[in-house]
Design a protein around this ligand. Sequence first.
Ligand SMILES: Cc1cc2nc3c(=O)[nH]c(=O)nc-3n(C[C@H](O)[C@H](O)[C@H](O)COP(=O)(O)OP(=O)(O)OC[C@H]3O[C@@H](n4cnc5c(N)ncnc54)[C@H](O)[C@@H]3O)c2cc1C
Length: 483
Amino acid sequence: MENTYDVIIAGCGAAGLYGAMNLPKTCRILLLCKKELTLCNSALAQGGIAGVYDSPDDSTELHKNDTMIAGGFKNNPETVQILVESAAHEIKAILDMGVDFDKTPDGNLHRTLEGGHSRHRIFHHKDTTGEEILNTLIRNVKTFPNITIMENSMLVDLKKTRTGFSVNVLKDGECSAYHSHFVMLATGGIGRVYEFTTNSKIATGDGIAFAYENGAEIRNLHLIQFHPTAFNNHHTRECFLISEAVRGEGAYLLNCNKERFMHRYDERLELAPRDVVSHAIALESQATNSKDFYLDISHKDSEFIKNRFPMIYEKVLEQGYDMTKEPIPIYPCQHYLMGGIQVNSNSETTIKGLYAAGECSNTGVHGNNRLASNSLLEALVFSRQAALDITEKLNDVPDEFEETVFPVYEDAKPLPKGMRTEIRKIMQSSYFVLPNHATLLDGFERVKEIKKLLNTEHFIIDSDYVEAKSLATVAYIILKEVI
Ligand SMILES: Cc1cc2nc3c(=O)[nH]c(=O)nc-3n(C[C@H](O)[C@H](O)[C@H](O)COP(=O)(O)OP(=O)(O)OC[C@H]3O[C@@H](n4cnc5c(N)ncnc54)[C@H](O)[C@@H]3O)c2cc1C
């Protein structure tokens, strides 16, 4: 049948691509990608991927313990166990696909340290690990004859049917319906619900909104990680991240007086987990009445800095700062979503046949705060969990596909300007590192109004409208959880 697949996967980041590759070669898969394949959070990951692989001085128990400590012991121990135990399998798999991790002079894989890790266990490709992993996955997935990739094709609606799911896909201004027995949402994070974020512009929480509209459980959307060290150029929405690994390699955090201050907040100093460091910066900002903060690694050898952080060095230099010689301005900004679409340890949501993996999902591995470099690992481990579970169920699906027809409205109008900007301003002012209780309630009421308008009136189905609806839904759920 035309437009029918065994599995439809929305999202082509680490989770979507790796999930597709772990399904059987006999399985017909449609991979949807909202923009081009390289535009996603996975491509932006710098620091690396955590895991215990060929590391005699480390253990999965230690990795689990560090993950639980960073998460404030609010993590799900069962999924954390799966995460740390599967790491060796996933790291080997991507090495076999051709990922080129940095090596030590004696030819072993180089492992770096990041905040919250008690061992050097971060595998990396210089400071562009995500790009290296994503490009390798893309190269490999393109060789799979059973996988159809549709770029610039946006999931704009999802409906459960008697036999599985129907999805509505927008491509070149036209909507078409596709049908499958299983759907995997791998649509990434929600960073664009904030004014300032490290996230790619695709991160508008679309999958979370579709899951919510279909009645799937969403959990802990308010558990948002604010990265402490984004380059402080608060004129552009997408803030350039200064990787955790820079602190891991010995950089100091300085306040507006160019003094170290972390000793006043945490004994782990600059290597405290992200939430602790972001809170410390917010409190120090109140104490000094200044938003000027710096990261300083200039006391390290300049050739080492340039070689270890070539991309960061170049990007910061473009902005007029030589990090080998001077401190660079930083400030916290939205970075990562810990919560999401609730899934079990097989990555199945509360809706049968609907799976979620990667940043849009809530596996519970991160607890209250993600340990650095655990998210690429989570994307790989739990998209494979989904693939394994779907594989087991493929034989039990019906031979037919019930097809939903998506409505088309003659009276549909263009989306009024400014809605997304307004939502972002509300989120930035009311729920940043330290929540602002003075604006939370009014912000929630306004977001509720916008969401209602977007859901009840008929607007032309384009990416602006769908993303505005996703942002309104995500902002609504976050604020509802915290008020
Ligand atoms: C700057 C930065 C640095 C980071 N560094 C690290 C690090 O060092 N280590 C680490 O472990 N993690 C890091 N992370 C986090 C990590 O990169 C992400 O959590 C992870 O890559 C998410 O993968 P994903 O596949 O879930 O989502 P993404 O890689 O964001 O992919 C989402 C995909 O969904 C598609 N999509 C979205 N909506 C739709 C729609 N409606 N229709 C169709 N397709 C859609 C997008 O086009 C995209 O292909 C970093 C993140 C950022 C932003």
